[in-house]
Design a protein around this ligand. Structure first.
Ligand code: NDP
Ligand code: 8X3
Length: 256
């Protein structure tokens, strides 16, 4: 098992859900954390609540869909933080659950700009440093939605199918280097995801998880940690994980 002690880990979307859970797992293992999200105050709370006082944090208020902001954030990292070892491209969101021909185009643009373009910008600005240092690991958070399109999921599923293809392409393009690429693709995880999808309608969001035992953000963070800590010659290409109560994007066992 590889140690992540003192390794620099950049986690996007660290202010909530899976990203925040990753921050805790990697902090407990002694990594140095760059935490990025738009809500800086949430990142500050996360650090204040951390019970591991020895952990070093660098916080970035960053909108991953803003190309020049990403370029500037990465290129102006203090020298002690610039040699990123592990990039966790986790920031992402769904907006709406509508038929394609009735969908809100602004929702589509937000998903495409964040889930695809944001992930690409981070990759483009971080991976060259990994290549020149001959070390690094990129973990992209995909989804079951990238494997199976479900009704009304259209554009969100499209963005996650793109993440899957991009992960595969990055692995191919990095062949011959020691840089590793993994795609971690969960099914249903209870986070703020559904509340964001339904534009703050928390009653509708709660119904998504009603009567099922979904994955927790910690479950996903554990799998990401597993991928990153394999021996350096092992590349976990893709992990699909879902709750026992889920068999596909649309087949869910509800007890109520
Ligand atoms: P949350 O809504 O709890 O967290 C999403 C995170 O992404 C937040 O920290 C948010 O931070 C960040 N984010 C969103 N947009 C941007 C942006 N433009 N710039 C920077 N950060 C951004 O949801 P999850 O933890 O569930 O989602 C994390 C990832 O997991 C996403 O890629 C999602 O698609 C994927 N996923 C989720 C599943 C689920 O069932 N929950 C299942 C499969 C995959 P802030 O708002 O502060 O910027
Ligand atoms: C999130 C899981 O099934 O709601 O990617 O698309 S799902």
């Amino acid at each position: 098992m590889l140690s992540v002690q003192n390794q620099i880990v950049l986690i996007t979307g660290a202010s909530s859900g899976i990203g925040a859970a990753c921050a805790k797992v990697f902090a407990n293992a002694g990594a140095k954390l760059i935490l990025a999200a738009r809500r800086l105050e949430r990142l500050q709370e996360l650090v204040e609540l951390s019970d591991t006082t020895s952990v070093q944090y660098h916080l970035l208020q960053l909108d991953v869909s803003d190309r020049s902001a990403v370029e500037s954030a990465i290129s102006t990292l203090p020298p002690a933080w610039s040699d990123i070892d592990i990039l966790i491209n986790n920031a992402g969101l769904s907006r709406g659950l509508d038929k394609l021909h009735e969908g809100d185009i602004q929702d589509w643009e937000e998903m495409i700009d964040t889930n695809i373009k944001g992930l690409l910008y981070l990759t483009r600005y971080v991976v060259p440093g990994m290549v020149s240092r001959a070390r690094g690991h990129v973990v992209n958070i995909g989804s079951i939605a990238g494997h199976q399109t479900y009704p009304n999921g259209n554009v969100y599923c499209g963005t996650k199918a793109a993440v899957r293809a991009i992960s595969e392409g990055l692995k191919q393009d990095l062949l011959g280097t020691p840089i590793r690429v993994s795609s971690v693709d969960p099914g249903m995880v209870e986070t703020e995801f559904s509340e964001v999808r339904f534009h703050g309608d928390s009653d509708r969001a709660k119904k998504v998880y009603q009567g099922v035992t979904p994955l927790t953000p910690d479950d996903v963070a554990d799998v990401i940690f597993f991928c990153v800590t394999r021996p350096s010659h092992v590349n976990i290409n893709e992990v699909v994980l879902m709750p026992v109560d889920q068999a596909s994007a649309t087949l869910v066992n509800r007890r109520t």
